[in-house]
Design a protein around this ligand. Structure first.
Ligand code: C2E
Ligand code: CA
Ligand code: CA
Length: 642
C-alpha cells in the first residue's frame, strides 16, 4: 500500500510545538494538567510510531518479523489509547471521575481494555493485524474495531461535554463539538482509505484545541506580576478539595492601595503591587502565589502551621516604606489564614472567609493576621446574603429613603432634612445602613445605591414642592467610593437637571475618611459642584483624628458635630470643654454648625447657648418616610411656625 505520510509529519510538528510552549511556560499542577501531559506524550508517541511502521512496512526486509510485531503493537496500542486519554481529560474538566458509578467506570474501561488486549495478543490470533512470513503487514478481520473504539470515545466526550456544558465556556463546547465532527469525518475517511494516515493529525488538532481553549497557561497567569491568577487558585483548590487533601491559604490585601492609586496614579500603584508580588515570590515557590484581583494575594500551602516565618517576613517588610521612583509610602497588609477542611469545606466558603477575614484584620492597626473560625464564616455568609438582598432591592425598588428633619435655631422651624436610606427584608427584618453601607462600599454596589438615593431625593423635592414649603435643602450622604469617581459631579448635576431643580436645594454630606481617601478627585468634584451652588457638610465631626485639617483643606460650608461628641459632653466635664471650644473654634472659622443626636431638651438648650445653628435628633424627630415628613411639615404650617 502506498502510504501518505504528510499528515503524520504535520501531527508531529503540531504536537512538538504545543509541547515546547507548554513546558516552557511553567504550569500550575492539577490532575487535569497532568492528563494533558499524558495526552501530549501519547499523541507524540503514536505519530512517531506511525511513521516508523510506515517505513518498516514499506521496507519489510529492514528488520526481523519480531521487531515488525513489536513496532506495530506499540503503534496500535498508542493509537487506540489517544481518544481514551482525550475522554478522561474531558471527564476531569467536569470533575466526573470521582463520583463515577461502577456502570460508568465499566463504560470507560471496557472498550479500551478489549482493544488493547486484542492488539497485544494480535501476534497470536491475527485478528487486528498480522505479519506474514515474508514480513508483509496485513490488516486482521477485526481491525475496524479500533475505529469503532475511537469513535466511541470521541462520541462519549461529546456527550459529556454537552451534558455538563456549564463546566465549559461556549467557545469550549464549540471547540469540542467541532472536533467531534472533524474526528468522525477523518476516522471514516481513514477507514475507507487506510493509506491516508490522517488519524494522528486529527488527534494533534484535538490537542491544539484543548491547549488553546482549556489548557493555555496564559489563562492562569498574571503576566505583569509573575504570579498565577484567581482562576488558577480556584482550579488548584477545587482539586485539593475533590481529593480531600488538607491545605491552608494565607490571604492578604495591600491596604491603602485605593488611596495610592487615586493620589499617585495607576503606574505607581502597579509598581508597588509588583514589589509586593516579588516579596511573596521570594518567600515561597511560584506555584503557591496567586494574585486574586484588586490588591489581593493568596499563598497556598499543603502543609499546615507553617506560616510564622512567612507572616513575620511580610510584617517586617511592611514596617518600612515602599519606594517607587518618585514616592515613598507606608502601607499595611491585613492577612487571614483559612484551613481546609477545618474552617470551610467548600471553595465558596473559603473565598468568603478570605474576604471577611481580610476586612476584619483591616480593622486592627498595623499588619495583623486573623485566623478563620466559625464566627467569621457566619459573618461572611451574612454579608454575602446582604449583598444578594441589596441587589434584589435595587432591582425591585425595595430600598426606601427616609427623612430626618433638621431644626433651625434662628428660624425656629425645620429648614431641611437628612435623607437616610432604609432596607427591610421579609426574613432579615430591618437591616441598618451602618451594616449594609460598608458592605456595599466594598463590592461597588454603593454607586448604584448612591444614585438611587439621589434620584429619590430629587424626585421628592420636586413632586412634594418642598422648596415652597419652607424646606431650603435636603442633606444627602456621599460615600467614599462615590467621592472617588471623577464623573460624580456630572452625574449629580444631570439628575438635578432632569428634575429641573435649583442647585442650592441639595447639600452633600461627606465624612473625613472620604475626604482623606479621595483627596484630588474629591476637591475637583467639590469645586465643580460649588460653582453651581451645591454646599457641603463635614459629617461625623469629632469621631476622626484631625477633623480640623479637613475643615481647613476642603471647601466645607457646614460641620455636623457627631452624636457621640454631644452625648459624651453630657456626662464628662473634659468632653464638655472639648465640645464647647470645638464649637467656638469652628464658628471662628466661619462654619455653620449642626448638632446631631439631640435627644433631650437640655442638650438642645446647651448647644444653643454654645452657638450651634441647627439641630437634628430624636428630640425633634426620628427619620420618617416621605409621607410622614410631609405630614410634619403640614402640622408646622398649621401651628403657624412657617
Ligand atoms: P450618619 O450620616 O451619621 O447619619 C445619622 C445617623 O444618626 C442616622 O442613622 C440617624 O438615624 C441617627 N440619628 C439621628 N439622630 C439620632 C438620635 O437622636 N439618636 C440616635 N440614637 N440616633 C440618631 P442611620 O439612619 O442608621 O444611618 C447610619 C449611617 O448610615 C449614617 O450615619 C450614614 O453614614 C449611613 N447612611 C445612611 N443613609 C445613607 C445614604 O443614603 N448614603 C450613604 N452613603 N450613607 C448612608
Ligand atoms: Ca450624615
Ligand atoms: Ca453623622
Amino acid at each position: 500500500m502506498n502510504y501518505i505520510i504528510h499528515y503524520d509529519i504535520a501531527a508531529i510538528i503540531v504536537t512538538v510545538v504545543i509541547g515546547i510552549h507548554f513546558y516552557l511556560k511553567k504550569n500550575i499542577s492539577t490532575i487535569q494538567n497532568r492528563i494533558f501531559k499524558v495526552l501530549l506524550t501519547v499523541e507524540l508517541m503514536a505519530s512517531i510510531f506511525d511513521l516508523v511502521t510506515v517505513f518498516t512496512i514499506r521496507y519489510p526486509m529492514c528488520t526481523t518479523r519480531l521487531v515488525h510485531y513489536i513496532l506495530n503493537v506499540v503503534y496500535l496500542a498508542m493509537f487506540n489509547l489517544t481518544p481514551v486519554v482525550y475522554f478522561i481529560y474531558i471527564l476531569k474538566v467536569i470533575k466526573k471521575t470521582a463520583s463515577s458509578s461502577r456502570k460508568e467506570k465499566l463504560l470507560i474501561i471496557a472498550p479500551i481494555s478489549i482493544g488493547e488486549l486484542l492488539i497485544i495478543t494480535s501476534p497470536i490470533h491475527g485478528l487486528i493485524f498480522h505479519i506474514s512470513q515474508n514480513r508483509e503487514y496485513i490488516h486482521g478481520s477485526l481491525f475496524w474495531l479500533l475505529y469503532v473504539i475511537s469513535l466511541y470515545y470521541v462520541g462519549m466526550s461529546q456527550y459529556y461535554t454537552i451534558k455538563f456544558r456549564n463546566f465549559f465556556s461556549r467557545g469550549q463546547v464549540a471547540s469540542v463539538s467541532c472536533y467531534t465532527v472533524f474526528c468522525f469525518v477523518i476516522i471514516i475517511a481513514q477507514a475507507i482509505r487506510p493509506n491516508l494516515l490522517m488519524t494522528q493529525f486529527a488527534v494533534s488538532i484535538a490537542v491544539l484545541l484543548i491547549y488553546f481553549s482549556l489548557e493555555n497557561p496564559l489563562n492562569y497567569e498574571e503576566k505583569e506580576l509573575g504570579t498565577y491568577n484567581k482562576t488558577a487558585f480556584e482550579k488548584v483548590t477545587l482539586e485539593l478539595i475533590y481529593s480531600e487533601t488538607p491545605f491552608q491559604v494565607l490571604g492578604m490585601e495591600i491596604e491603602g492601595m485605593r488611596y495610592i492609586t487615586d493620589a499617585l496614579g495607576v503606574e505607581n500603584a502597579n509598581r508597588l503591587l509588583k514589589q509586593f508580588a516579588e516579596l511573596l515570590l521570594g518567600l515561597v515557590d511560584k506555584e503557591k502565589v496567586f494574585f486574586m484581583g484588586g490588591y489581593r494575594f493568596a499563598i497556598l500551602s499543603e502543609r499546615s502551621g507553617n506560616w510564622d516565618t512567612i507572616i513575620s517576613e511580610i510584617q517586617e517588610r511592611f514596617s518600612v516604606p515602599f519606594l517607587t521612583d518618585t514616592v515613598s509610602v507606608t502601607m499595611s497588609a491585613p492577612m487571614c489564614v483559612v484551613a481546609y477542611p477545618e474552617n470551610a469545606k467548600r471553595l465558596a466558603d473559603i473565598m468568603t472567609l478570605l474576604d471577611t477575614g481580610i476586612v476584619e484584620a483591616n480593622q486592627i492597626a498595623g499588619t495583623p493576621v486573623v485566623y478563620a473560625n466559625d464566627e467569621l464564616l457566619k459573618k461572611g455568609r451574612r454579608e454575602a446574603e446582604i449583598v444578594q438582598i441589596m441587589k434584589y432591592a435595587l432591582h425591585e425598588h425595595k430600598f426606601e429613603v427616609y427623612y430626618q428633619p433638621i431644626y433651625s435655631v434662628e428660624k425656629k422651624r425645620y429648614v431641611s432634612a437628612e435623607a437616610l436610606i432604609r432596607l427591610r427584608h421579609e426574613e432579615f427584618g430591618f437591616i441598618s445602613p451602618e451594616e449594609f453601607i460598608p458592605i456595599a462600599e466594598r463590592n461597588g454596589l454603593i454607586l448604584e445605591i448612591g444614585e438611587f438615593v439621589f434620584c429619590e431625593v430629587c424626585r421628592f423635592i420636586s413632586e412634594a414642592h418642598l422648596l415652597e414649603r419652607g424646606i431650603e435643602y435636603i442633606d444627602v450622604n456621599l460615600s467614599v467610593v462615590q467621592c472617588m469617581q471623577s464623573t460624580l459631579y456630572m452625574q449629580l448635576l444631570e439628575i438635578m437637571n432632569r428634575f429641573r431643580l435649583p442647585y442650592h436645594c441639595i447639600n452633600l454630606e461627606i465624612t473625613e475618611t472620604a475626604a482623606v481617601m479621595s483627596q484630588e478627585t474629591l476637591i475637583e468634584n467639590m469645586d465643580k459642584l460649588r460653582e453651581y451652588g451645591i454646599n457641603f457638610s463635614l459629617d461625623d465631626y469629632g469621631t476622626g483624628f484631625a477633623n480640623t485639617a479637613a475643615v481647613v483643606k476642603y471647601p466645607f460650608h457646614t460641620v455636623k458635630l457627631d452624636k457621640s461628641m454631644i452625648w459624651s459632653a453630657m456626662d464628662d466635664r473634659k468632653a464638655m470643654a472639648a465640645l464647647k471650644y470645638s464649637i467656638a473654634m469652628l464658628k471662628e472659622m466661619g462654619m455653620e454648625l449642626i448638632a446631631e443626636g439631640v435627644e433631650e431638651f437640655r442638650q438642645a438648650q446647651l448647644l444653643e447657648e454654645m452657638g450651634c445653628d441647627f439641630f437634628q435628633g430624636y428630640y425633634y424627630s426620628r427619620p420618617v418616610c416621605g409621607a410622614e415628613f410631609l405630614a410634619k411639615l403640614a402640622e408646622m404650617e398649621k401651628q403657624g411656625s412657617i
